[in-house]
Write a protein that binds this ligand. Structure first.
Ligand SMILES: [Zn+2]
Length: 70
């Protein structure tokens, strides 16, 4: 079940959406189609797991946990 994370380029809203095929995704807040896809997530376990030795994250991961950029 593909769940993608998006960020709206217009209002900056972060949201997740199930996407099937070539379904058009729009921002739920301002209905803009000018959005950016982030990484896909499968399951929510460990999303908020803190990373050992990481204090305040890095510039490449939105959640600041550095679990996706290593
Ligand atoms: Zn928006």
């Amino acid at each position: 079940m593909p769940i993608y994370e998006y960020k709206c380029n217009k209002c900056g809203e972060d949201f997740e959406k199930l996407v099937f095929g070539k379904q058009t995704v729009q921002c739920p807040k301002c209905n803009s189609a000018d959005i950016k896809k982030k990484m896909s997530t499968f399951g929510m376990s460990g999303v908020e797991k803190p990373f050992a030795g990481t204090s305040s994250g890095c510039s490449t991961c939105s959640k600041g946990t550095c679990t996706s950029c290593r």
